[in-house]
Design a protein around this ligand. Structure first.
Ligand SMILES: NC(=O)c1ccc[n+]([C@@H]2O[C@H](COP(=O)([O-])OP(=O)(O)OC[C@H]3O[C@@H](n4cnc5c(N)ncnc54)[C@H](OP(=O)(O)O)[C@@H]3O)[C@@H](O)[C@H]2O)c1
Length: 334
């Protein structure tokens, strides 16, 4: 059922094509899964062949890491665990605990290792760029943690491409542990990721973990049916249908779902997979997990992908639009 892919070209590690996201495993953040679902989600994912679990110290104030630690204790080596720092697990963190700097990195990794009950975190990412920590400090910090055996690889989430590529190039030139992966928001309702971040990852061989493949649940189409969920009950940083062309995208997803017999959510996840990156699914219940896992084997036709691509496309922005015009002229001149 699950397929395995290399995590980018800078590691030899094989991970399942669907990553398990665990942002809602716990309730300390005010919204999340029931305890029985937490255990059932972890078990169900592993039983389906999933081996790549994403968490953060900030998820549910550490409860997500604790649940994962308990679950993987019996066979730790079978799982690739990604965690993140910079937002702190504390409900009311002091200012020095926040940010991407070395102090936050070092104290956060120690706390995450304890919660995860493990000696090492396989992939450790900056959760959110602070915009001020020099990227050399972060890349060198990762290298020190790799040498100390506390992490195996470093990566970045929510950071501009120019900061990440500077870090990756510096690590390469200095012989530090390479930057291995990025984690980015990417879905049919968030395609600006394609402007800089995805081409950068391709060029540098970074693995890509795509979060919010359902745009927080919108792409399941359930809100069209009057159902409730995170978008209505817990207004976080999720996209809303009336933002931009969201409604027409959801129309197209529903149409493709009708044709395939799959659910709209499965279509949305399959679309992300078809872009060659790893979707991070974020089920809140075991039933949602089962539905999302079935997307692992859903292959959309070329025509379905073309229609979804067209309806969800976003303007390329500068300089990409200018360059596209120039390239067309160059091709015509041949
Ligand atoms: N690096 C970052 O900054 C960052 C940010 C966000 C997420 N992430 C990671 O990515 C993971 C996934 O992100 P996400 O939770 O935003 O993903 P998502 O797949 O876009 O949204 C997941 C939410 O949609 C609803 N849902 C999921 N499957 C469903 C189904 N089959 N039917 C109906 N509703 C369904 C659930 O919410 P309700 O049932 O409550 O409606 C669920 O919590 C997170 O767990 C986390 O690991 C990382």
């Amino acid at each position: 059922m699950m397929r395995y892919m290399l995590l980018g070209r800078r590691t030899g590690i094989r991970v399942s094509n669907l990553i398990l996201g665990t942002g809602v495993l716990g309730k300390a953040g005010g919204y999340g899964a029931e305890p029985a679902d937490v255990r059932a989600i972890l078990r169900g994912y592993a039983e389906a062949g999933g081996n790549f679990i994403d968490t953060s110290d900030a998820y549910q104030q550490g409860q997500s890491e604790i649940a994962i630690g308990e679950f993987i204790a019996a066979n730790r080596d079978d799982f690739v665990i990604a965690s993140k720092y910079s937002r702190s697990a504390m409900p009311d963190p002091g200012v020095a605990a926040l940010g991407a700097h070395r102090k936050a990195m070092v104290q956060s990794v120690e706390a995450s290792l304890k919660r995860l009950e493990t000696d090492r975190i396989d992939l450790y990412l900056v959760h959110m760029d602070d915009g001020v920590t020099p990227v050399e400090e972060i890349a060198r910090g990762f290298d020190d943690l790799v040498r100390a055996g506390k992490i195996l690889y470093g990566g970045f989430s929510n950071m501009p491409a120019w900061r990440i590529s500077t870090a990756a190039a510096t690590a390469n030139l200095r012989g530090w542990a390479p930057i291995a992966a990025i984690q980015v928001e990417y879905s049919l309702l968030q395609r600006t990721t394609e402007h800089e971040l995805l081409p950068m990852a391709d060029e540098l061989g970074l693995g890509v973990m795509a979060y919010s493949p359902l745009a927080g649940g919108l792409l399941t189409g359930k809100y069209r049916k009057g159902e409730t969920g995170r978008v209505t009950s817990f207004k976080g940083s999720v996209a809303h249908e009336d933002a931009g062309g969201g409604a027409t995208v959801i129309d197209a997803v529903l149409a493709v779902a009708d044709e395939t017999g799959a659910t709209p959510g499965q279509v949305a996840i399959a679309w992300v997979m078809a872009r060659g990156v790893h979707p991070i699914i974020g089920p809140r219940t075991h039933t949602q997990l089962e539905e999302n896992l079935a997307a692992a084997t859903l292959e959309l036709s070329a025509d379905q992908l073309r229609r979804l691509n067209e309806v969800s496309s976003v303007p390329g922005g500068y300089p990409h639009e200018l360059l596209a015009v120039q390239r067309t002229k160059l091709m015509a001149a041949r």
